[in-house]
Design a binder for this molecule. Structure first.
Ligand code: HEC
Length: 255
């Protein structure tokens, strides 16, 4: 008979870990749609009192963004905040109507009725917290412009005559999330970026900017002329779709 070692036990524990996605599908997805709807469409829908989309509840992507923004400490590590979200979910799901302070924005909350209690075990709450925490970022990667490492981006930009754009962020920066959610995923912005730019996302807490550039506040945007490996411009702050598009246009004229 084979000896069961610590290692195989660990492997089976990982294998049988509960899937948050499964729990969500069974217990939440009948009301909270996992399908991605751009934030711009959601905003208009809520202005129209939910008449455009007729949602039964906020989408999973919205919940993911709001849980990360509103529950626990955004500035701790992900594992720490996931644990705080798990505890919050346990209390909330037992009795949603006793939730004093909604994590949703007022304009979103007001179009929906009350959520009924949903029974979940501790293990299910943990799996849900994990899955829901990561979901929004996953959607931004799936629906945004493809991201490259700086090395890959430089090579690609040189070969295709494009400009490297480094988007500098730090994980708990609200403005960075706002830009990703409201601007970087919009079709016109994606088209403009894909046409003339190669995108790099850099976590400025852990990564160093190339070409000796000093980091600005976040979000910040560093434009690099790939052919000459020279900085074109660097800016910090957020802007609307129109403002960002006109920034891209003005950068193109300077190469
Ligand atoms: C029968 C429909 C329904 C089901 C099932 C459901 N929800 Fe909801 N949920 C709603 C509605 C409606 C709202 C908006 C009202 C509110 O915020 O309380 C909501 C709001 C929420 C909110 C935001 C709460 C806040 O602060 O306003 C969270 C988080 C949430 N749901 C998580 C879940 C999770 C996790 C599950 C599955 C375990 C789930 N919901 C299952 C209908 C549902």
């Amino acid at each position: 008979m084979k000896k069961v070692t610590g290692l195989t036990l660990l492997a089976s524990a990982v294998l049988f870990a509960m899937s948050g996605e499964e729990v969500f599908k069974t217990k939440c997805a009948s009301c909270h749609s996992p399908y991605y709807i751009p934030q711009s469409k959601l905003n208009i829908n809520y202005q129209h009192n939910n008449k455009d989309l007729n949602l039964s509840a906020p989408t999973l992507t919205e919940l993911s963004f709001r849980l990360k923004d509103q529950v626990g400490d955004r500035t701790t590590d992900a594992e720490g905040q996931k644990f705080e979200i798990e505890e919050w979910l346990v209390t909330f799901l037992k009795e949603p109507s006793s939730n004093k302070k909604s994590i949703l924005k007022q304009e979103t909350r007001k179009v929906f009725g009350k959520m009924p209690p949903v029974e979940v075990s501790e293990a299910e709450a943990e799996a849900l917290a994990d899955f829901m925490y990561d979901y929004a970022e996953k959607m931004m990667i799936e629906h945004g412009v493809k991201r490259y490492s700086y090395k890959e981006a430089l090579k690609k930009a040189k070969a295709e005559g494009k400009i490297v754009l480094i988007e500098g962020y730090i994980p708990f920066c609200r403005g960075c999330i706002w830009m990703d959610r409201n601007v970087m995923v919009e079709p016109e912005v994606k088209a403009a970026l894909n046409k003339d730019f190669v995108l790099v996302k850099m976590n400025l807490l852990v990564e160093k900017l190339p070409l000796g550039m000093k980091r600005l506040g976040t979000p910040s945007f560093y434009f690099i002329d790939a052919k000459n490996e020279k900085v074109i411009d660097m800016l910090e702050g957020t802007g609307t779709v129109e403002e960002f598009l006109s920034l891209l246009e003005s950068i193109k004229k300077r190469v």
